[in-house]
Ligand binder design. Sequence first.
Ligand code: COA
Length: 189
Amino acid sequence: MTVGHSPSTAAPLRGAPAPDVEGTDALAGQVVVLRPTGSEHVSAFIDILRHPEVERWWGGYDLERVRRELLGPHGYAVELAGDVIGLVIFHEEDDPDYRHAGVDIALHPDAHGQGLGADALRTLVRYLFTRRDHHRIVIDPAATNERAIRSYERVGFRPVGVMRRYERGADGTWHDGLLMDLLREDFPG
Ligand SMILES: CC(C)(COP(=O)(O)OP(=O)(O)OC[C@H]1O[C@@H](n2cnc3c(N)ncnc32)[C@H](O)[C@@H]1OP(=O)(O)O)[C@@H](O)C(=O)NCCC(=O)NCCS
């Protein structure tokens, strides 16, 4: 299996010790591992991003776009017990007067609703605060993406405001986005 876990296989891992990533560039979450991306992840990412439940929020990824935007130093594959269940990415604003990072995430639907998104995002956020020395991180879900908003609140993100007609959806119309931010001093860890 390349992607996906049923709740029944994921749930027992909650009590498991933190994954061992020593000696690698991977980042350990409570149960997930964030693994630097490579060409070996392309087909799993395509499977995830083309799933209708993910595509409605991410939209329009083909092989070329996955390679261009999701591989490289700003992307990680999200693994659970060795299986790729999702991806996280970040970008950095390097103007010193506006320095911050922005993040995004997608998990395969089989992995939704088990706290794994919050675990993955928390792990990336911790890396950006502690190892890349950011003080502010933003994320911008669709204003109607209630599960994503709830998951991000769990990590500590707070709503800043609605960005009207912010992004164009798969249906070709412009949708509102919710800007959320998280400051280092407010990160529960
Ligand atoms: C968004 C996403 C990363 C969240 O990860 P997840 O592992 O599913 O979310 P979590 O389990 O961490 O948290 C989900 C929360 O939303 C709640 N929730 C689930 N469905 C919901 C719904 N329809 N409406 C409101 N809240 C909902 C859950 O109860 C949980 O809250 P709780 O911890 O208070 O119980 C994941 O669902 C995903 O990849 N979705 C598809 C792609 C996507 O939307 N990406 C985000 C683009 S900004």
